[in-house]
Design a protein around this ligand. Sequence first.
Ligand code: AMP
Length: 287
Amino acid sequence: MKVLDGIQALREWQSTVTPLSAPRTLGLVPTMGALHEGHLALVRRARAECDLVCVSVFVNPTQFGPGEDLASYPRDRARDSELAAEVGADAVWFARAEEVYPAGFATRIELPSLANRLCGIERPHHFPGVALIVLKLLHLFRPTHAYFGEKDYQQSVLVTRMVRDLDLDLAIVTCPIVREESGLARSSRNVGLSEAGRMAAGTLSAGLFRAQMAYAEGVVDAAALIGEVVAEIGDQKVALEFIELVDRETLEPLETVDPALGARLLIAGRVEKVRLIDNVPLGGPEA
Ligand code: AMP
């Protein structure tokens, strides 16, 4: 596996692996590093579907707001390279913020109707930053497939929309959430939780599963489904940001689940200093 550093190294690698006479599929897995099983599942899926697989590791400053955890975000280049190699990536790419956003960088990408709700309320900088880096990575790598996790559901909806809106010629593949044994969604930020924090954090997923069970028993009302999550969290130390039932594509709030269309139930909250997000599907064509 090649370890690539910066844009020039990426271009050189591309020129060796994709001669114009032999078009091949390239799967890109964009990450911020501190790789875990959630990321590795995306790489394995890309490996199964594409001729070439590249993992990008870039802690993107434009998606962090002032006072957020940009400086303390976990970084471990050697371990990330090792893990990417273990699951069969052809290349892992690292970049410095000064190269990705050189002095004078002026472009912005906005998808307000999708970005200004849910996580975008607490983190107004986040989705414009995500859209910008994803679009830039898609231009740099020119992948035929790009892989995203449903863990960041709002992000996957936004990226899918942007690709559709701009007629970008690639497939966005979204993959299911990988969880710890307790049910807690795997996240690079989970390392910041104490034992007690992990217990409290586990009530987020447990609450969502409880709502799924209630839905399976016929509950379709948003308030009742959200009530199940709240009841599961109980008096655990979770600073809830939101629990919302939304349309799977527009992210508009819903009052009830139409079983044929389905819906997504999303949660965000803080345990100790760690911001956690999670979500589950309810109903819909795949159910
Ligand atoms: P991040 O490094 O947190 O920016 O995540 C990079 C990609 O991995 C995003 O598409 C995430 O949605 C995805 N991802 C992170 N954690 C998980 C997980 N537990 N299950 C599935 N995908 C994940």
